[in-house]
Design a protein around this ligand. Structure first.
Ligand SMILES: Cc1cc2nc3c(=O)[nH]c(=O)nc-3n(C[C@H](O)[C@H](O)[C@H](O)COP(=O)(O)OP(=O)(O)OC[C@H]3O[C@@H](n4cnc5c(N)ncnc54)[C@H](O)[C@@H]3O)c2cc1C
Length: 506
């Protein structure tokens, strides 16, 4: 069994898992039942946290060069801007990427496939996973391709096979949740009359909302929204049913429509993300409203979280129980995301006095006022960009000092480019200030790179404790925060989880 992992599904989740496993030198196969990358532009936005992960594998610049940087958010009513802010004025000390990147999913997938190819990996297209059986020490996967049916054994199988996941069904895992009554529309078109300066535009009115932003090139736009009432069966609405509200609310004169579709939106989280040697990631594990641009980015977050844990266990560089933390970390976030997008969605377009209040008072009066507060704008950016995701309750999160606790994402310090060492995809200790002899001894003894940074104003502002040892995981989250008084926790942590960095000689 030379090939350790089978990735079933080459959507964004499977492709990113493949890229990270390749960088971590884990042998795997990636299959997809389709004949090539997807053709629909579906997920249009790449959030800052995803770009931070891509930076770790030298892929961020490629993606950024292909997309459009959307630097602000505008709230609109009848075409007029009633509130808004620029991401870079509030986010440039939060992330190296203080914007939302607009890049259609089909273009994004093609870039991922090309990047894999440069690293010597080909996706096996036209290859479908039909069945899988977990035998305890391996998983037998029955695959169907042009050459017929075959069975192969793998140590682990990851189902990145989308909302209708064969893997989830084979595991008999339920997918509880619901389906909204409202029908969404999505369209990409060329439009005139819009004065959108590369920003995300949100327009609200009774019974619908519309998100609008530039796509592919200037002059072409993506509109997503809820089909407004009064058009018969909304699932069969056509672009002509939508055209008047685009004109009324966004002053958009559409001259050519590249793509129009209506669809139902589900909100569901699988019962588990893991059963023994089989994992679920991406839409196979969670689906929800596309309104916040979170779905694909969350799948990519799953992939990165799982990749380094699988690699660590397969290389015997961590205790096998570290794999349990994949589900506990990611399912908790999936639940929070699905519940919060559901609450926001119901509050905005749902029936009853609550949503009416949101539309008639909150949106035009209170939100514009609130958005003048820098703290609120920063909180919004952190939320949408996924830089706020943290794992305080994870079994691999320990200690706290200053404003940091185990499980937090390493704060980004523009002054010192402290994300640069994360390119190693390996464990490391950061000290901002002076590293004590004891910290040096722990790191030397275990071959853990110790990286020292200055304790400057930016470090203080980010709440980093001076001279503390921050043990950083391969995905850029802090596993353990240890001060001189709690240094034992660092050593205990490393022993408990049998952490051996990739540099450790064998
Ligand atoms: C209209 C629309 C707009 C959206 N906008 C956004 C957005 O702006 N931002 C965002 O983050 N998300 C958005 N999403 C959600 C986003 O598209 C999904 O979250 C994303 O595609 C999930 O990626 P995935 O790789 O997990 O699954 P998928 O993209 O569904 O990929 C699964 C892959 O598995 C393959 N497969 C399935 N079964 C098998 C099998 N048995 N054997 C082999 N292969 C198999 C499929 O062929 C497919 O290629 C949007 C979705 C829609 C529909």
């Amino acid at each position: 069994m030379d090939t350790k992992v089978l990735i079933s599904g080459a959507g964004p989740t499977g492709l990113v898992l493949a890229l990270f496993l390749r960088h971590l030198n884990i042998p795997f196969r990636i299959i997809d039942k389709l004949s090539g990358p997807g053709l629909a532009s579906r997920a249009m936005v790449i959030q800052a946290r995803t770009l931070e992960f891509y930076r770790q594998i030298n892929f961020a610049d490629t993606v950024i060069a292909a997309g459009i940087k959307m630097r602000g958010i505008r709230l609109r009513e009848s075409g007029k801007q009633i509130a808004g802010f620029q991401f870079d004025e509030i986010g440039d000390d939060i992330s190296p990427y203080p914007y939302v990147l607009s890049l259609p999913q089909d273009d994004h997938e093609r870039l991922l496939v090309a990047q894999l190819r440069t690293l010597g990996i080909e996706v096996e297209w036209n290859t479908e996973l039909n069945r899988c059986v977990d035998h305890g020490s391996s998983v037998a996967a029955t695959l169907h391709s042009e050459s017929g049916e075959s069975t192969a054994d793998f140590r682990y199988l990851v189902g990145c096979d989308g909302a209708h996941s064969t893997v989830r069904e084979s595991l008999n895992l339920s997918f509880p949740g619901g389906t909204y009554d409202e029908i969404f529309f999505v369209t990409d078109c060329d439009a005139r009359g819009l004065h959108f300066d590369d920003s995300v535009n949100i327009s609200l009115t009774k019974g619908t909302f519309i998100l609008a932003f530039p796509v592919r090139s200037k002059g072409s736009f993506r509109f997503i929204g809820v089909v407004p009432p009064g058009h018969g069966d909304p699932l069969h609405a056509t672009f002509d049913d939508i055209r008047p509200i685009l004109k009324k609310q966004l002053n958009a004169e559409v001259n050519s429509v590249h793509w129009f579709s209506t669809y139902r939106v589900h909100h569901r989280v699988a019962e588990n993300f893991r059963k023994r040697n089989i994992f679920l990631a991406g839409d196979a594990g969670h689906i929800h409203s596309p309104a916040g641009g979170q779905g694909m980015n969350t799948g990519i977050g799953d992939a990165v979280n799982l990749a380094w844990k699988l690699a660590a266990v397969l290389d015997r560089r961590a205790d096998t129980s570290i794999l349990d933390t994949y589900e506990s970390e990611r399912i908790a976030f999936a639940h929070t995301l699905v519940e919060s997008t559901d609450r926001i969605f119901q509050a905005v377009v749902g029936p009853g006095p609550g949503p009416a209040f949101v539309r008639s008072v909150l949106m035009p009066y209170i939100i514009p006022w609130a958005l003048r507060l820098r703290a609120i704008r920063r909180a919004q950016f952190r939320l949408v960009s996924q830089t706020r995701i943290h794992y305080p309750n994870s079994a691999i999160s320990r200690g706290h000092a200053g404003k940091l606790r185990g499980g937090d994402r390493l704060p980004w310090l523009a002054t010192q480019n402290n994300f640069a060492p994360l390119r190693s995809l390996d464990w490391q200790v950061h000290v901002y200030g002076e590293a004590s002899d004891n910290v040096r001894a722990i790191c030397d003894h275990r071959y853990i790179p110790l990286i020292r940074f200055k304790y400057d104003e930016a470090a203080r502002g980010a709440g980093i404790p001076k001279d503390a040892a921050l043990l950083i995981r391969p995905d850029g989250y802090i596993a353990c925060v240890a001060t001189s008084r709690t240094l034992d926790e660092l050593a205990t942590f490393l022993d408990r989880w049998k952490i051996a960095p990739r540099l450790t000689p064998r």
